[in-house]
Design a protein around this ligand. Structure first.
Ligand code: NAD
Length: 430
């Protein structure tokens, strides 16, 4: 098959490389010329494990190329995958301008019976609008489909090669068939549904996971009032098969490029259909209040952050990515600086990116070596469970002449060991 993937961000590059690895002729298309130049040299403009290797192999085999030209790529393509960004507007509405722009740019080059797949996360009801935009520029017969993406940054290549399921919501029968054929090598269950169900499935999955995080955070808050340990509570409830032991992350709340955006978009969609008081309209606020609430609490317990040197470990929104969109560090560091602390941040991969989010100056410096960040620290905040942070020997940063504090925002460190070393240890919900 000939395939064009429009938008070579996280989702687009991984999707294009995986389709190419099946032997299809794939072109990755972006309006960002620098990105395309980088990708042509088999370099990935962000950190994602194993992606560069897959890119190199598929490019060497001649199955994957990159372009900025719609004409060169879309003409003759059987499948056109739209994987551009869909950021939330200020009111939470999914901003679909990139999806519509991509649809219009592709429209006049569509061949007969081309399938235009919207992989970007979009609200129910989007496909008819995409079709309207396309029909302004072409009379050829085409189909549209929603095939939402469920990959996770940090494990994106693995997730795309071994998906739990492929969800297809198409507007024509032949599109279901072509897309089933395209995804066959993945050997994953293919779930054919309506376009609206496919779009709701994506929002439902992310809203559920965000709710699960919010739920356990609220349980953690209650545990702190009564001496229970949320990790023990998790262990106890996980044995119930209806509850399960996976995906429990008490901590500073959810972040990243998808959960906050998708929950806001679902909440906005709910309001537009008269469901303004539903759960999804509450979660964002609870999550946004979380970091300031916890920092206030820790600040009171340790006598304030003013004048203290604080090591902030983990700047990306989760391990194995340099993506800092909605990372906790973006809220934590400004809070600390405003409280009069000096911040020394550590992250193994995001130092190139960090400057776009939080300025480096006399009071805030960032390091790719954990030893440099924890040196002379009064407070160590472990924000993200990068392997380097979990495995670090905190004895090396212990100064017996000082009262030192460790705040373990993900409950990933050995609290008992840290206490024995002489740190005052704070986890979440314990
Ligand atoms: P991204 O911001 O990393 O990349 C989007 C790319 O689209 C950019 O390179 C941009 O230059 C390009 N682009 C914008 N307009 C274009 C146009 N008209 N023509 C060609 N290229 C254009 O986005 P992403 O993180 O890959 O997310 C893409 C979509 O997938 C979003 O809807 C997102 O919600 C969804 N999604 C993302 C993830 C994730 O983990 N990042 C996971 C699942 C779903």
């Amino acid at each position: 098959m000939k395939i064009t993937v429009i938008g070579t961000g996280f989702v687009g590059v991984v999707t294009a490389a995986v389709y190419a690895s099946f032997g299809h002729e794939v072109v990755g298309l972006d309006i960002d010329e620098n990105k395309i130049k980088t990708l042509r040299n088999s370099k990935v403009p962000f950190y994602e494990p194993n992606l560069e290797e897959l890119l190199t192999t598929t490019q060497k085999e001649g199955n994957l190329t990159f372009t900025t030209s719609y004409q060169d790529s879309v003409t003759n393509s059987d499948v056109i995958v739209i994987a551009v960004g869909t950021p939330s507007a200020a009111d939470g509405n999914a901003d679909l301008k990139f999806v519509y722009a991509a649809s219009e740019s592709a429209a006049k080059y569509l061949k007969k019976q081309a399938v235009v797949v919207v992989k970007s996360t979009v609200p129910p009801g989007t496909l008819p609008k995409v079709e309207e935009h396309i029909k302004k520029f072409t009379d050829v017969e085409f189909a549209t489909a929603s095939v939402p993406e469920f990959l996770k940054e940090g494990t994106a290549v693995h997730d795309t090669l071994h998906p739990d399921r492929i969800v297809i919501g198409a507007t024509r029968k032949y599109a279901y068939e072509i897309l089933a054929e395209l995804h066959k090598p993945l050997q994953a269950p293919i779930i054919n549904v309506s376009p609206e169900s496919a779009q709701m499935a994506k929002y439902a999955a992310n809203a559920y996971l965000a709710t699960r995080i919010t739920f356990i955070n609220q349980i953690a808050d209650l545990c702190e009032k009564n001496g229970a340990d949320v990790q023990e509570v998790i262990q106890a409830i996980s044995e119930d098969k209806r509850v399960g032991g996976h995906y429990w992350y008490p901590g500073f709340g959810y972040g990243g490029s998808c959960f906050p955006k998708d929950v806001k978009e679902l909440a906005h969609y709910s309001r537009t259909v008269g469901e303004a008081d539903n759960l999804f309209n509450k979660i964002t606020q609870i999550n946004e209040d979380r970091i300031p609430k916890l920092l206030e609490q820790y600040s009171k317990e340790i006598g304030g952050f003013e004048g203290k040197t604080v090591a902030v470990l983990g700047l990306s929104f989760k391990p194995n990515t340099d993506d800092m969109r909605e990372a906790p560090s973006i809220k934590v560091i400004p809070y600390l600086l405003a409280s009069g602390a000096t911040v020394k941040g550590f992250d193994p991969k995001s130092l190139e990116v960090v400057k776009y989010f939080i300025k480096e100056d006399d009071n805030a410096t960032y390091y790719s070596q954990i030893e440099s960040a924890v040196k002379d620290a009064d407070v160590i905040i472990s924000l993200i469970e990068w392997a380097e942070i979990v495995a670090f020997d905190y004895g090396k940063a212990r100064d017996i002449n000082k009262k030192q504090v460790v705040i373990d925002a993900r409950n990933q460190l050995d609290g008992e060991k840290l206490t024995k070393l002489g740190y005052k240890y704070y986890g979440v919900g314990r």
